[in-house]
Design a protein around this ligand. Structure first.
Ligand SMILES: Nc1ncnc2c1ncn2[C@@H]1O[C@H](COP(=O)(O)OP(=O)(O)OP(=O)(O)O)[C@@H](O)[C@H]1O
Length: 355
């Protein structure tokens, strides 16, 4: 699958001038409110005409201003999931799901009803009416309905934004299964770095209507500039589960050259995982600290430092090939005499497992 999007559009005082190419899996359009994500999705969906540009899926132009090609929305065969589930209130969940299938081209061999119901864990909901479902359950049904229309591409615009944290956490594993167990490419709009870190293969960072950066999620999200809110900045790393200590409920994950101990759920050895380490949760020491409760203390070398206007310093640390970020105050930085090239110990307070 290759999706090419190039779009210029003037919307009142706002001007969109953005382009990206996506190859597979989940491509996240990420950026703060008003950066132009929804405007891009509307152009991809065929809900809006760009002033100039094109949308090409697997070589087929769907929008091409130069030649005047514009395939209408209902003929693009895309699935849509929005913030609100928009289910038909008078139909059962089963009927809501079948409605999606009814729209699929009859000749198309789509995913089977049972497989999608199983994938999204909605079998017990089938005979209920939408009013009896939680927000998270409704959203799972909306995703199921979109999948049953045999889409060539799934467009998801902030599908979790209306849910509380518990409901978000409930849905994220299903979205991961969707990414890993179906071949349907997904364009996913979000302003949440945690969501993007968990789901995206590729990230397109938007700012003021333009693409600020694009590339693999691991590279893009580990840049201090990726987070619009500095409190969210951190490193995203990929590793493999080495072992699980059942007595202490601790998994050991091997990165390029270091190991991290992560508390929580049992993880199968050999499994690939993503890990996020927020930079505000990484402290630095010039000598190996002792008598500390932190489980993860890594030897590191300072690679780069940049001061921020709020009196803190973002420090990029090389831990034997694994890059971790730390944010400390300018005062601590001066007291410890930190500078690029210096060897330090990184004390990691929290490690969030993203997959
Ligand atoms: N039809 C329109 N006319 C004028 N301005 C518009 C129109 N549509 C969008 N805009 C403006 O374009 C900008 C980008 O909007 P857009 O919805 O694409 O951003 P977004 O990144 O999706 O934001 P959010 O995360 O808040 O949904 C905003 O400043 C918005 O006010």
């Amino acid at each position: 699958m290759t999706l090419i999007v190039e779009a210029k559009q003037r919307l009142g005082a706002f001007s969109l001038d953005a382009a990206f190419t996506s190859e597979r899996g989940v491509t996240a359009l990420f950026g703060r409110s008003g950066s132009g994500k929804t405007s891009m999705i509307r152009i991809i969906a065929g809900l809006a005409h760009p002033d100039e540009g094109r949308v090409v899926l697997d070589g087929e132009p769907l929008t091409e201003t130069e030649t005047g090609i514009f395939v209408p929305k209902h003929r693009r065969r895309f699935g849509y999931v929005f913030q609100e589930a928009r289910l038909f209130p008078h139909l059962s969940i089963r009927a809501n799901l079948s409605y999606g299938r009814w729209f699929a081209a009859k000749t198309e061999h789509g995913e089977s009803f049972d497989r999608i119901v199983d994938l999204l864990g909605i079998e017990t909901l089938l005979e209920r009416s939408p009013s009896k479902l939680s927000g998270g359950e409704k959203q799972r049904v909306a995703i199921g309905r979109a999948l049953l229309s045999s889409p060539r591409l799934l467009l998801m615009d902030e599908p979790l934004a209306a849910l509380d944290d518990a409901r978000k956490a409930e849905i994220l594993p299903y979205l991961q299964r969707l990414r890993d167990e179906t071949d349907i490419p997904i364009v996913y709009v979000s302003h949440s770095i945690a969501e993007v870190a968990r789901l995206a293969n590729q990230v397109v960072v938007m700012r003021d209507g333009k693409v600020e950066a694009t590339g693999p999620a691991i590279d893009i999200l580990s840049r201090p500039s990726a987070a619009s809110d500095r409190r969210e900045a951190g490193a995203l790393l990929e590793g493999t589960v080495e072992s699980f200590d059942a007595r202490h409920r601790l998994s050991t994950v091997a990165l390029k050259s270091c190991r991290l101990h992560i508390p929580g759920a049992a993880l199968a050895p050999g499994k690939s995982v993503r890990i996020r380490i927020p930079s505000r949760d990484v402290m630095l020491a010039t000598a190996r600290p002792e008598g500390l409760s932190a489980l993860n203390i890594l030897e590191a070398r300072i690679e780069a430092m940049s001061s921020t206007e709020d009196g803190t310093v973002e420090i990029r640390l090389d831990c034997g090939g694994d890059i971790i970020l730390s944010r400390i105050t300018t005062l601590s930085c001066e007291r410890l005499d930190l500078r690029p090239g210096r060897a330090v110990f990184a004390v990691i307070k929290t490690v969030a497992l993203e997959a």
